[in-house]
Design a protein around this ligand. Structure first.
Ligand code: ZN
Length: 332
């Protein structure tokens, strides 16, 4: 089981927020989505911890953040998928505290917080059923016979579920027990080679849902955003007098100007593709230095020599646990 990646959406939205003013009409919305995404990510990390304790049989595979596409249907997102010889298990984590109830017609999850504030979310059971159906259909198309099951897992200790009985919902600390029971009660359906095949076939059809650039996603006017580099330590604004060093106006740390991080911001927040001239203009540095930077594996080059454009190489963008861009090849 690999470690779950820090969500790129969270990384980009945080950096976008630091480039906004609090008066920006989209500030609250971006801030809200950051909170929701962070809560979701933290819930998934806790569920991963429980999965490690489940001691899955050797040969089992766990996939994170999967997008499954079936011809003619909308793609579905699966946060955690456990593939064993006995079954395929979808884990739908909900990190929501408070009293939880289901409303029908339309199906919604109603949360009443401790202070009495009521909010509504998509029904996790509808999401789960959709994922089970889509994956069942996908496996059928590959001619693999294995049951697809799943459950909604509550990550918050402060969740008080008040659902009708019989619904597939548990607290995440029940994960090891839950999987053990299912394994004891079900026959082995496929061998380890098929488990491996399912995992790699699902991975190779996976195309992450593209929310970038975020300016477009949030329908926000990027003209008002702060364009200069952000501090490597605290995301404060960097005061730059030369082309090499800058000083953070917030934490006052003096540092090398983080050009690569700034370029990655450009593609995550402002635009999907850009020419060398546009990148050089954005960074406010010469073409020679920009050409050097664009050689980083973080970017992909497209098109003929005289009409080259660049875009982000999503597969080489990695974010550390504490939300920092990991530069390929170490420090520069
Ligand atoms: Zn700083």
């Amino acid at each position: 089981m690999q470690d779950r990646n820090y969500p790129l959406f969270l990384y980009a939205a945080e950096r976008m927020l630091y480039r906004m003013t609090e008066e920006d009409p989209k500030y609250m919305e971006v801030n809200r989505e950051i909170t929701t995404t962070r809560l979701g990510y933290e819930g998934e990390l806790r569920s991963d911890q429980m999965l490690r304790r489940a001691n899955l049989p050797l040969g089992s595979r766990v996939l994170h953040d999967l997008t499954v596409r079936v011809f003619g249907e909308d793609p579905i997102q699966i946060d955690t998928l456990v593939i064993t010889r006995y079954f395929v298990f979808i884990i739908e984590v909900k990190n929501i505290s408070g009293t939880l109830e289901l409303e029908q017609q339309p199906a919604l999850l109603k949360r009443t917080a401790q202070d009495g504030k009521v909010s509504y979310f998509q029904s996790p059971f509808i999401q789960l059923n959709l994922a089970v159906d889509t994956l069942t259909y996908w496996l059928l198309a590959q001619n693999i016979k294995i049951p697809v099951i799943g459950a909604v897992l509550l990550a918050s200790k402060f969740a008080k579920p008040q659902f009708e009985t019989g619904l597939p919902v548990h607290f995440i600390r029940e994960i090891p027990d839950l999987l053990r029971k299912e394994m004891n009660n079900r026959p082995s359906m496929v061998d380890d080679a098929i488990v491996e095949w399912i995992a790699s076939a699902l991975r190779s059809q996976d195309e992450p849902y593209d929310q970038f650039p975020l300016g477009h996603h949030f329908n926000c006017s990027t003209e008002a955003l702060y364009l200069e580099p952000l501090c490597t330590h605290c995301l404060g604004r960097l005061e730059t007098r030369t082309n090499r060093m800058g000083t953070c106006v917030k934490c006052e740390k003096r540092q090398w100007i983080p050009y690569l991080e700034t370029l990655v911001d450009y593609f995550l927040i402002f635009r999907k593709t850009a020419t060398l001239t546009e990148c050089s203009k954005f960074l406010n540095i010469g073409r020679t230095k920009t050409t050097q930077l664009m050689k980083s594996p973080l970017f992909l080059r497209r098109g003929e020599t005289n009409r080259t454009s660049f875009e982000l190489n999503r597969s080489s963008v990695q974010i550390s646990r504490d939300g920092k861009l990991i530069l390929p090849g170490g420090d520069e």
